[in-house]
Design a binder for this molecule. Structure first.
Ligand code: ADP
Ligand code: MG
Length: 254
């Protein structure tokens, strides 16, 4: 794919690290998301190979649950955000609150990456409140399952928040969730959840099962902790995240 030949249709977002556009590719007659973001060199060297590997190993295996990186290009004299005020405002906020070198290094860095991803229809935060109670439950279960898949493949996303969870509309009525050789059928209510912002996913190869379980629970919608009777006293009985996911599905899918 030739990134420079993509036609920019509209801007979707202008966030902390970059800009996201909807773009059109004439050759395939497809729309994609183009993300142009600023990178500090050290962090780019750390995270870019991780994202490429994540795409080859995990996204290919579960294409329903993650956006896919289609192409990328590194620019080494990029002036994005060099407009004084924008950079300075962000930099000052960070400096005051955290004395964080990250923003300083990033905003004065000449490096940007252009990345082309498959497009989602929106983020979950925009539609969730409109859903019926039943649909909210089903989509929360789907979300827990997507996190489960990510952790099962021993990958962790450093910046999980509701802006980083997308959805795609689907005609499929059901999706099958597989845990420990069992299959659970879940109503989609017309939506497939997809994880966005995959550029800071890193390897959790060396994390212990206890740490993964603890992290997994942090990602659960908190309203379910009560229903699922998860608390610090009984968490030790789950030996790995598959045990925990099995319990979630047994309890929430009847
Ligand atoms: N593949 C995509 N398809 C559609 N919208 C996207 C896509 N990726 C990102 N977006 C939109 O752009 C926003 C910012 O993208 P994100 O990758 O999270 O960047 P940031 O690093 O600024 O958080 C998302 O919250 C979402 O609204
Ligand atoms: Mg984001």
């Amino acid at each position: 794919m030739k990134i420079d030949q993509l036609k920019i249709m509209k801007k979707i977002s202008r966030g902390g690290s970059g800009i996201v556009y909807v773009v059109y590719d004439k050759e395939t007659d497809m729309k994609y998301a183009l993300k142009i973001s600023k990178w500090d060199e050290r962090l780019m060297r750390k995270y870019l190979p991780g994202e490429i590997e994540f795409n080859e190993k995990v996204v290919k295996k579960y294409p329903d649950f993650f956006i896919q990186l289609k192409a990328y290009e590194i620019l080494d004299d990029c002036k994005l955000f060099h407009k004084k005020n924008y950079a300075r405002n962000l930099f000052e906020i960070e400096e005051r609150e955290a004395k964080n070198e990250y923003f300083a290094n990033t905003y004065y860095s000449p490096l940007c990456i252009k990345k082309v991803y498959t497009l989602v229809d929106g983020t979950l935060s925009h539609i969730f409140h409109e859903l019926s109670e039943e649909a909210k439950i089903a989509i929360s279960i789907q979300l827990m399952y997507v996190f489960y898949i990510m952790l099962f493949e021993r990958k962790i996303q450093t910046d999980t928040n509701d802006g980083n969870i997308g959805y795609k509309k689907t005609d499929k009525k059901y999706i099958d969730l597989h845990v420990k050789n069992k299959t659970y059928r879940l109503n989609t209510f017309g939506y497939l959840v997809q994880i966005l912002d995959t550029d800071t996913i890193y390897d959790a190869e060396n994390e212990s099962n206890e740490d993964l379980i603890e992290y997994f629970i942090l990602l659960f919608p908190s309203v379910y902790l009560d229903t699922l009777k998860i608390n610090s006293n009984n968490i030790g009985k789950y030996k790995n995240i598959s045990d925990l996911m099995e319990m979630v599905l047994e309890k929430l899918i009847s």
